[in-house]
Design a protein around this ligand. Sequence first.
Ligand code: SF4
Ligand code: SF4
Length: 370
Amino acid sequence: MLNLKDNIFTIFIMLGQNCNLNCKYCMQHTLINTIQDKSVINDEIFDFVMHHADKQSQPIDIRFYGGEPLLYFNDIKDIVFKLKEANVSFSIISNGKLLSKNIVEFFNNNKFTSCAISWDGKNVLETRHYDVFKQKEDLLLQIKNLNVDGVISAYNSLDDYIEALLPYQEKYFKLNQKIFPFFNEIIMDAGACFSDLTDFNYEKVEEQAKNIIDNFLIATTKINEELTVKDKMYMLLLTMLCQQINNDNKNYTNSYCANGIHVLNLDLEGNLYQCHNNWIKIGSIYDDYDTYMSKAKKLDNMAAKNFVDSNCKNCSVLSLCKGGCPLVSSKIRQSTNFCKIRQTLFEPIINFINDALSVHGDFNKLKGKY
Ligand code: SF4
Ligand code: SF4
């Protein structure tokens, strides 16, 4: 059985490609609307996971992924039952359409450290054709480790997104005494994207970056005033961005997402894939180390090639963008607005963070400048 030597942080369990939505930015779908019959799971995937989990100092994050993972809820239950005593935690990325009381209880009772539900703000019907907050608000607010995952596109600017999330965050805070993380990713135009999704108004994007900084400054310079939920949201966002800037700064020429090496993509039969988004098979749990690694390293080679062939090394937002997804070639980057949107949104934020570092975090000193 494959015995990996590097630390493993996450194993994506690739349950299948079926989905019950038809999101505009998604390339892969077979529309299915009911929970599938249980698959035959190769029991040796449990030995593989447990063998590697035993070697880690931190629990491995077992992340359920599809298609739409809740279509495979019976398989998820099986896997959680078999692995719950191992050195692992569980997480899921779902569109939420199949959420039920039973499923929320299952998450809350079974070491699910993150339940990421996709939602794109007030124009979500334009991008996902389904508004999970409108349909499932009560259930969402009951998820103990809720995480709302939004795609930034021409329909969803970052500051508008925060505004749209605010009423839900306020209710969630009342119920759970915390706010939920709202991870944002910028739409990935791999050259075949609907053009309306990437038809950005760059002046608006710049303005939104400025609003984020203004609101963050308001929050951090409050004296003797209680922080509002809105303040907490801006502080959380800036904290997440700072963490990203701090992470693995030297590794630009590796695939920053670490897929194939520290992040494994495993299906129920024991096959391993390059990335959970492209379903390109690179091996299986029965490979020997060198055979698997030589294929897994190809993603790093793509990252390195992109880096060398592109403007990344001189780019003002490299510290946040990390050279982008290795699957988006430098040729595609040059012919699309892949870099322009990242630079327009991130540059003012990175400048602000650098200014904050230069005054040792005394944000009062920056008030006149911003
Ligand atoms: S924005 Fe473009 S040039 Fe800049 S780091 Fe990202 S991929 Fe590289
Ligand atoms: S290879 Fe690209 S799409 Fe896949 S996880 Fe990494 S960054 Fe995301």
